[in-house]
Design a protein around this ligand. Structure first.
Ligand code: 2AM
Length: 486
């Protein structure tokens, strides 16, 4: 029990909640903690003792928890998204007072945050939806945080989040006030969509190197370790290198080869793709990464399909050609980097489209800055994105930033070689191929869309515009075509 009121409260003590609470306490902010299942409260208090007698105080009932916090109170919730958040708000609201702030730190659908912000405002409470990225480790040692909603509520926790967030040299703490309403949750959602893309692109690089290049796990370990020293330096490349170095403790070989090839998901990637479709923003790399997860889930069907095609003479890999390993590794690195630029361009443009629709006024460069540390997509590359938006905040697409354009041009031959090699080998690279198609479509002045529009006008009288004359036109294509044949 705290003698003095604590500075902040946190409700929901699964590992993320525990770790964030310990992080806050460690930064010198006395914190009250509460969880529906009280054993987790005791567990957290124990950890606070062990991890350095941190100023963390546990409560078994919501009333004494709320009352232990200084006014205006700030309570971060880290409970499962959806109904548990509503239940927790209800439980806490009974004891909150006007001016108190509720902060949802979960991966919540942004519209739920907007609904709740309005609902709690009726009682005079302030609300923030704050995406937190970095996993369990990030929560404990410095996550990237994306708070959106009430600016007044943000001001009440600003001193805390600035210290608790990951700190990046030369660019500051990985947190900023994102914007109004559900913008914090939306930005976190797209962050996760970009994360899906990054992971898929890395998996494809792995597949090409392993299946076509015949690289061993030891070689993959050293390639990824090497890549992590250059333009691809990032958390995901770093952990990938680690994964290739880990032996199976239940048998021979490496653990990665024993992991079932089925990827799980919790929904933020799907939401990102749904939003891209809603807003008519092309996001093929992110979409392909979601589809790749769906296809991975069809394991039993894939096993059967492999049998059917094997019986028809298809091997797993379609070519036996030997490749120059060194050249392949270099090409794949370049293909991965160029594909990644396209994926981030899609994510950023999705955020901008939503920001315009909602009037959020989001600053894309600032988002790149707060993703530089703490979060799962943290990467040296994000600094280049920030610089691109610093050069031109209105940049239509990252691809046309002069620096990125130059980087893509330098890598495009390698990128095409990798995609061709993969296609000819029967190795799917949906993310790299989608990125390349995105680039090739975006950079072309004229696409075959004229034909699609002509077809639409032919069968549905949807009209078309012309390249040479203003206006809307319709042609009796059928009549003309058939008449001319008679
Ligand atoms: P629990 O330990 O009591 O299950 C992640 O599951 C976190 O969300 C846990 O802290 C869990 O509490 C909490 N949680 C899940 N459903 C909840 C609910 N309906 N009400 C309050 N907390 C809930």
């Amino acid at each position: 029990m705290a003698v003095q009121p604590t500075r902040i409260g946190l409700a929901g003590l699964a590992v993320m909640g525990q770790n964030l609470a310990l992080n806050i306490a460690e930064k010198g902010f006395p914190i009250s903690v509460y969880n529906r299942t009280t054993s987790k409260v005791d567990e957290t208090v124990e950890r606070a003792k062990k991890e350095g007698n941190l100023p963390l105080y546990g409560f078994h009932d919501p009333e004494s928890f709320v009352k232990s916090i200084q006014k205006p109170r700030v309570i971060i919730m880290l409970v499962k998204a959806g109904a548990p958040v509503d239940q927790t708000i209800k439980t806490l609201s009974a004891y909150l007072e006007k001016g108190d702030c509720i902060v949802d730190g979960g991966n919540e659908w942004y519209e739920n945050t907007e609904r709740r912000e309005k609902a709690v405002a009726e009682n005079g409470f302030l609300y923030l939806g704050m995406g937190v990225s970095g996993g369990e480790e990030g929560a404990r040692n410095g996550p990237s945080m994306m708070p959106g909603g009430s600016l007044e509520a943000y001001k009440n926790i600003e001193d805390i989040v600035l210290k608790v967030a990951a700190q990046v040299r030369d660019s500051g703490p990985c947190v900023t006030y994102i914007g109004k309403g559900g913008s914090g949750n939306f930005v976190k959602m797209v962050h996760n969509g970009i994360e899906y893309g990054d992971m898929q692109l890395i998996a494809e690089a792995y597949d090409v190197l392993k299946s076509v290049g015949k690289l061993s796990n030891e070689e993959l370990h050293s390639v990824f370790t090497d890549w992590n020293k250059g333009e691809l330096e990032s958390f995901l490349i770093e952990i990938t290198a680690d994964i290739f170095g880990i032996k199976d403790d239940k048998g021979d070989g490496h653990l990665v080869d024993k992991v079932l090839d089925k990827t799980g998901m919790k929904g933020t990637g799907k939401w990102t793709v749904q939003q891209a479709a809603e807003l008519s923003v092309p996001a093929p790399t992110i979409e392909s990464s979601l589809d790749a997860r769906f296809l991975s889930g069809l394991k039993d069907e894939r096993v059967q399909a492999a049998k059917v095609f094997k019986a028809g003479g298809f091997g797993d890999i379609l070519t036996d050609q030997t490749v120059d390993k060194k050249q392949l590794i270099d090409d794949v690195r370049k293909a991965l980097y160029a594909s990644k630029i396209c994926s981030y361009a899609q994510g950023m443009n999705l955020i901008r489209a939503k920001s315009m629709e909602k009037g959020w006024g989001l600053k894309l460069g600032e988002l790149a800055r707060i993703w530089k540390g703490g979060c799962i997509i943290r990467a040296i590359f994000l600094d280049r994105i920030k610089q691109a938006y610093d050069r031109n905040a209105e940049l239509a697409n990252l691809l046309v930033d002069p620096e990125f354009a130059k980087e893509i041009i330098e890598r495009q031959s390698a990128w095409r070689r990798v995609v061709c090699l993969a296609i000819n080998s029967g190795i799917s690279t949906p993310g790299m191929s989608a990125s390349l198609a995105y680039f090739d479509s975006y950079r072309r002045e004229r696409l075959p869309a004229n034909l699609v529009q002509a077809q639409r006008d032919y069968f549905g009288a949807h009209t078309y515009e012309r390249t040479d004359v203003e206006g809307s036109f319709h042609t009796e294509w059928f009549k003309i075509a058939r008449q001319s044949k008679i």
